[in-house]
Design a protein around this ligand. Structure first.
Ligand SMILES: [Zn+2]
Length: 417
């Protein structure tokens, strides 16, 4: 019964923005708005009070026996990347709706109010800005300097807000950072291969990795590819290649700390087959839940750069683009979820999240838990993204039990046992 209901609700959302190439519900577009309207409709039919805040987050509240107690929050996002999948984000919103349906069905009253949330603009696909909704809620989004960011159709963020019935200059009013929130829980697909490979039901996330990003520009000397002997070259591409391999070595040495690093972008100039390149520009992305480990990788890469400069007669300029702090989720929350998994005889492991999520922003203002479910081949941001209904059903069971632990407790500060 519950599984059928989950399937139907998923399908209702995924009729919106569907195409053969994948799902398209980009942030602050008409299709995202339609999905929000459906969210509102489904929540109202469960007698929730629904509002949209100044960032476009949809918040549906189920009142508690004691409405003055801080609410327990759960949810995820309904926006997608371009040609995205049917599960990323949507599963967490559907799980939240399913939770309410189960509580209503069983006529369970909780002391704390429960709010289910569909965060706005989690994906960065439209404006290059991720998690606008949850950042705003956490009081961590400043609209200045970004109002003129444009999407690929030339529409700026301010106008996109306007078309979504919002006013960008008021976005900071969505902040709840001075309010007490009992806890926040998010169910999300893993977007990686680990749970499937290990045949586990649930991943309990302990930390969310943050990127450190470098732009490295290697300068050499252009020369004729036919007339310049190998010993007389200052080939910028080969220097960049050595740096790229050093990035791999450094990250592999830190594998035990869950650190990964990627050169995802590299351009060569002048870019002709018969010219030894004089410039190579590459972008390096280093991610970890361990700041120290990221620093070790950085140091190794910097040493490699010096070595390449010396050995190959090149000059290398590196620019730090971002150096974000990873988010470590509070241990009393993760151990509570682990205990819930035990009680439900669900198989699980602790793990880090390599991708960013709304949960990382919420963790700044309240105790936060992030629950992963396996997805086929770890594939995400793709039309073939898939998680089984059984996997989603298990996550709904864990979410229900976990949220109830927090929402049933009688006092404001009690940490559930
Ligand atoms: Zn997502």
């Amino acid at each position: 019964m519950s599984i059928r209901r989950i399937e139907q609700t998923l399908h209702q959302f995924n009729k919106i923005g569907y195409s053969e190439d994948g799902m398209n519900r980009l942030a602050y577009t008409k299709s995202e708005r339609k999905a929000k309207e459906l969210f509102k409709e489904l929540c109202e039919s469960e007698n929730l009070r629904v509002r949209m805040d100044h960032a476009g987050n949809m918040i549906a509240r189920r009142e508690g026996v004691n409405p003055t107690l801080p609410p327990v929050l759960t949810g995820s996002h309904l926006d997608t990347v371009i040609n995205g999948g049917k599960y990323d984000g949507t599963v967490g919103v559907v799980a939240a709706i399913e939770l309410i349906r189960r509580l209503n069905e069983q006529q369970i009253q909780t002391n704390h109010p429960i709010e289910i949330i569909s965060f706005a603009a989690e994906e960065s696909s439209r404006f290059g800005l991720a998690t606008i909704g949850s950042k705003s809620m956490a009081g961590n989004f400043k609209p200045r300097n970004v109002e003129n960011l444009k999407d690929k159709n030339g529409i700026n963020l301010e106008d996109a807000f306007f078309h979504a019935g919002l006013n960008l200059s008021q976005v900071e009013e969505a902040s709840r950072k001075n309010e007490t929130i009992k806890a926040f829980f998010e169910v999300h697909i893993e977007q990686g291969p680990v749970l499937e490979r290990e045949q586990l039901d649930i991943g309990v996330v302990t930390g969310i990795a943050a990127p450190t990003r470098l732009k490295v520009t290697v300068k050499g000397k252009a020369s004729h590819s036919g007339t310049t002997p190998m010993d007389f070259r200052n080939d910028a591409f080969l220097g960049a290649s050595e740096i790229g391999l050093a990035v791999e070595r450094a990250a592999k040495a830190e594998a035990d700390n869950g650190t990964v690093a990627t050169v995802g972008d590299c351009t060569i100039a002048p870019g002709a087959m018969n010219v030894v390149p004089d410039t190579a520009e590459m972008k390096i992305d280093i991610r970890s839940v361990d700041m120290e480990s990221k620093q070790k990788v950085m140091k190794y890469v910097k040493d490699a750069i010096k070595n390449v400069e010396r050995k190959r007669g090149l000059s290398v300029h590196s620019e730090l683009l971002t150096n974000d702090e990873p988010v470590i989720l509070k241990q009393h929350v993760t151990s509570s979820i682990l205990q819930t998994c035990e009680q439900l005889s669900v198989s699980y492991r602790e793990m880090a999240s390599g991708a960013g999520h709304d949960a990382m922003n919420m963790a700044r203002i309240c105790p936060t838990g992030l629950i992963f479910i396996p997805c086929r081949n770890g594939l995400s941001h793709h039309k073939d993204e898939f998680s089984s209904l059984d996997a989603i059903g298990i996550a709904c069971d864990v979410l229900e039990k976990e949220v109830l632990k927090w929402a049933l407790s009688a006092n404001r500060n009690a940490i559930p046992k």
